[in-house]
Design a protein around this ligand. Structure first.
Ligand code: IRO
Length: 311
């Protein structure tokens, strides 16, 4: 069974990695990912300066997933850029993605210029879908702003770049967003980010379970798998084949991983499952995938990628 895959020119030994924001905020967490069966890693979405983020409790595990309103806490771009450049020396073949979530176009352009001026040779993921910075609407739901940002970004940045998208729930929106994205030389899209501004209640205490934003937060885990499958499938059907797809959302088992690849994903990320189970989740899920592939007679991921059949 060959589990290898590629994203742009980066070679992944396995198609599974962390989702930005989970187990990737500090060098300790990032080194943990290096030593796991993950095929690559992505760093916590960065701003130019460090941020403390929203007040605790800002994350909660739920019966079928998680809710979070972290508020973009991170160590600042240089911390992650330094980590990426140091790791490239010790692990030259391990794919590293840098996630950016600047709070203005100017900040994003400043960060991209800093990356371009450095020795960084990985992939950059521009997060257009953080749902938890109070007062900042998600760029991914403002199509004019998205177009403006992508136009400016591709005039500035000549390294491979992908974007992290929020979930969409309307076929006309898939058409509209795909038409915008097809105008740009994107290396990949990553879909989905958490389903924004859900609410979970503690029935006993009659309270919310997280503090920020009156308890509203991004939903992840099994709750969102049907939304992730649909978004990966819809964009695979609509995007220029040169734009690859990272599939994220609701992956708990090897079957879930198989399904996202069947919808067209080239690489798959786990967030909630990694937060709850730790890095052993990578090996468990990959072993389950191998078993399913063997049962079905598939030797490589390309044997079934994107081959979902309709009735
Ligand atoms: O609250 C966060 O830090 C956060 N949380 C998410 O669920 N997605 C994101 O992109 C971000 I930047």
């Amino acid at each position: 069974i060959d589990l290898t895959t590629t994203l742009n020119k980066l070679h992944f030994k396995t198609p599974l990695m962390n989702a930005a924001g989970v187990h990737c905020a500090t060098t300790t967490e990032l080194d943990d990912l290096l030593d796991s069966q993950a095929g690559g890693l992505v760093t916590k979405s960065a701003t130019l300066q460090p941020r403390t983020g929203n007040p605790d409790p800002r994350y909660a595990n739920l019966p079928f997933g998680s809710i979070n309103s972290m508020g973009l806490p991170n160590q600042g771009l240089d911390y992650y850029l330094n980590y990426a450049n140091a790791t490239a020396l010790t692990h030259p073949d391990f794919p590293i993605l840098l996630s950016l979530a600047g709070q203005s176009l100017a900040e994003n352009l400043q960060m991209l210029e800093r990356i371009q001026a450095s020795a960084f040779s990985g992939l950059t993921e521009l997060n257009l879908s953080c749902p938890n910075v109070p007062g900042k609407p998600q760029i991914g739901y403002d199509f004019d702003q998205m177009k403006t940002i992508l136009t400016a970004v591709f005039q500035t940045f000549n390294q491979p770049l992908g974007i992290k998208l929020p979930p969409y729930f309307d076929l006309a929106q898939f058409d509209l967003v795909a038409d915008i994205l097809n105008q740009f030389p994107l290396a990949f899209i990553n879909t989905i980010n958490s389903v924004g501004n859900g609410l979970f209640i503690n029935l006993e205490t009659e309270t919310t379970v997280i503090k920020p934003k009156g308890g509203f937060g991004g939903i992840g885990g099994s709750y969102v798998k049907p939304v992730a499958l649909a978004n990966v499938r819809a964009f695979r059907q609509r995007l220029n084949p040169a734009i690859q797809i990272i599939g994220t959302g609701g992956v708990v088992s090897g079957g879930d991983l198989f399904e996202l690849i069947l919808c067209g994903a080239d690489v798959v990320q786990i967030g909630t499952t990694l937060a709850q189970e730790g890095t052993p989740a990578f090996g468990r899920i990959l072993t389950e995938l191998e078993r399913i592939m063997a049962q079905k007679g598939y030797a490589t991921l390309a044997d079934f990628r994107g081959n979902l059949k309709t009735l």
